[in-house]
Design a protein. Structure first.
Length: 334
């Protein structure tokens, strides 16, 4: 069983808390939303007042998750979120390990709070801004770590179908449907426990992956047929999309999810990237297969970071500048 140092001491503080807030990162994905909602459901079994707070909206294919309609979004309700964070006795920081990952406004609220802060995360180089840091880069997902947290409390018997659905979503999305190298026997052991709750895993896969709109498929088709480039003797592939191109296909958040993996799937490609223009910055996703450390590529050049083989970054001088910079530097990370 995984060890969580000081967990019994922390649990006493959690149980005594009047208000608990669970936070996760900007552009929340399946792991961020799934782990947050799973922890919310678990803590509410102890009659605690729990609020999940996210910086911005999450993809539509996660809106079926139990209680996802109760998540507070800072971009939509800043005053309400500010009030909740300021009166929190305990703040959980899930699936991020650096305050800036939640955006400047929410980051300031969290760091200035006197609440007990708890990090549960699997990204490299955690910052020192919490009271309890549970960081493990070997884990495939934060959702897996949340299950281990519950298990370390001796309360895995409280994991019901709602909690299991949220945890399974986090695990399956962050592990690439169990295909990434971070998946191990522990991942499958936990997944088996979740299935034993009566979880309908086939329905979850349908909810996540079989919810395409015609506009999304047209966008993906356009991106792959018109905007895919392969460079460095076939070892690097990338896709770039402008704001106008995405608007042409009625873009909705989540429509480009996984697009970078198509570029990575090309035989011989070691590094893949996807550049998406937004109103103020260029958002970048990086992936690699065996050797290249794309978290280093991102942190060195694009104000980002993440896992060795999956990272994110951003460009602040326009889409073309970000793409040009990538072309210039990518070879030395191969």
């Amino acid at each position: 069983m995984k060890e969580f140092v000081g967990i019994n001491e922390l649990w006493e503080k959690i149980i005594q808390a009047k208000h608990v807030v669970i936070t996760s990162h900007k552009s929340p994905d399946g792991d961020a939303v799934g782990s947050s909602l799973a922890l919310k459901h678990f803590l509410e079994k102890h009659q605690l007042d729990v609020e999940v707070v996210l910086p911005d909206i999450f993809p539509h294919f996660l809106k079926w998750l139990p209680c996802s309609n109760h998540i507070s979004i800072y971009d939509f309700h800043p005053a309400n979120v500010t009030e909740r964070v300021q009166r929190a006795d305990v703040i959980f920081c899930l699936d991020y390990n650096e305050p800036s990952r939640v955006g400047n406004s929410l980051s300031a609220l969290i760091t200035e709070s006197d609440a007990v802060k708890v990090m549960i995360d699997h990204h490299v180089d955690p910052a020192e801004f919490v009271d309890y840091c549970y960081s493990d880069t070997s884990q495939c997902s934060t959702a897996q770590m949340v299950y281990q947290f519950i298990e370390a409390l001796g309360q895995e018997g409280r994991v019901d179908q709602d909690i299991a659905a949220c945890l399974y979503t986090g695990i399956v999305t962050d592990s690439g449907s169990f295909r990434f190298s971070s998946v191990d026997a522990e991942t499958h052991r936990i997944t088996a426990r979740l299935l034993e709750t009566g979880l309908n895993h086939a329905e979850i896969h349908q909810n996540i992956y079989d919810c395409n709109t015609k506009d999304r498929l047209n966008l993906v088709g356009y991106a792959l047929s018109n905007k895919l480039e392969v460079i460095e003797d076939g070892k690097v592939a990338f896709v770039q999309l402008t704001l106008a191109e995405m608007e042409r296909f009625n873009f909705k958040k989540g429509d480009t999810e996984g697009l970078v993996n198509y570029a990575l799937s090309i035989q011989g490609v070691e590094i893949a990237a996807f550049f998406r223009e937004s109103e103020d910055i260029t958002k970048i996703s990086f992936r690699s297969k065996k050797y290249a450390k794309v978290n280093q590529l991102s942190s060195d050049n694009f104000e980002g970071g993440g896992h060795v083989h999956a990272a994110g970054g951003r460009g602040t001088n326009g889409l073309q500048d970000a793409v040009d910079r990538f072309r210039q530097v990518v070879a030395k990370y191969l």
